[in-house]
Design a protein around this ligand. Sequence first.
Ligand SMILES: [Mn+2]
Length: 360
Amino acid sequence: MSGLFVKRLSLLRKALSAKNVAALLVTHPPNVFYLCGFSGDSGTLLMDQQRTWLFTDGRFTVQARQELQIDARLVISPGTLANSVGEIVSSRRMKVGFEAGHMTVAQMKVFRQAAGAKPRWVALSGTVEALRAIKDVNEIERIRDAGKLASRTLAEVLALLKPGIREFEVAAEIEYRMRRRGADGPAFKTIVAFGARAALPHARPTGKRLRKNELVVLDLGAILAGYCSDLTRTVYVGKASARIRKWYDAVRQAQAAAIAATRAGALAGDVDGAARHVLAGARLEKYFVHSTGHGLGLEVHEDPRLARNQKHSLHAGNVVTIEPGVYVEGIGGIRIEDDVAVYADRTEVLTDAPRDFLEL
Ligand SMILES: [Mn+2]
């Protein structure tokens, strides 16, 4: 079994004993993948202090044998996974943790019924996620590769931004080109917003056609070898007014300030505050309607969150987005987003698309 996974399991076992829980049921697919390497979409991991079981069904027998990186017992369930889990835990009077943030009430009911009266179920949240927030160099390399893939795709599609093209056409080109470059798929629904629609931070691409003298927000990310990137650029088609240039400069400076504030030991709220402070200086703070960033890894939104007043500190191994923006209803929006890895003594920006104001 690979050393990477030995370390993850041993850290998790320590966390479980600190929580006074004998076993953990892992049902969230990214957590299952992180702990054992299995990437199938039907899989449940059970672990106690000594042993680990991976439960899946007949569709994944071969895949599970190929992917499993740990010394776990592979159980191909003839019926439901819950029944197979129940066969292992029903005889034991012990506390079994479950991932409360990733189970529906109905799913949990099935596990409870299958396990009978002896096990005591304990709702846990963020246990595996806390480990995932600290990336090793190998994981950072994968996010860097996903970031480069997104950066190159973005550079390529700028050439398509001619008056007349529709938002959904640009979104389709982005996702197609990411896949052509080897991505498993987009990390989230690609955002393409023209003109006044750019004021919607999470705009869905529509049939709107690009016109001259409009802002364009492109927010894209790739999943590559399981890891996500997240990148936003805003460009102008035509000749921008002094006001738009001023907004762009303010967002760019806000992002630079937040990246400069990002380091091991910094409080998440202070990184967010650094961006907000610059925008306040330009009287734009009220137009910055979301938080400054979020962790990035197997999922596109994970810990740590970088939002107002947050007191948790950043650690070496965190990878976060830094993405301030301003959104003015009826006019448009500007967001600049990059992915940043935190090391003990420095940071590294993993996305490498240019940030200069572009008038196309
Ligand atoms: Mn983001």
